[in-house]
Design a protein around this ligand. Sequence first.
Ligand code: ZN
Length: 111
Amino acid sequence: MTIRDHFKRTQMWCTYGLAAILIGTALAIRFLHPKLPRPDILMVGLGLAAVAIVAVYFVTRRIYRCPRCGVGLNQLRAQTIGGQNKDRRMFWEIWNACPNCQLSFDAPWPK
Ligand SMILES: [Zn+2]
């Protein structure tokens, strides 16, 4: 498995994990409080989504690190490309190597 594969897999698990948590929580609220009015469910849902986004932000900060020099690649991407840019590609689709230490993303992921 290359470093690029590792990041792709991590992103996939984060996406599925987040979707599963949100759907599971929504179903749980529906079953535990069947009489809760819809606006309340919507507010709870929005609150959960906000918490989930913050959680993902901190988790990805920790996960998307260069295995050699430890630089935060997602942060580096955000700084390089800028927040208002509409480019939604992930950093491994833009770069072929770590911009800090030039470690190739095609190199095997260190165990
Ligand atoms: Zn690096």
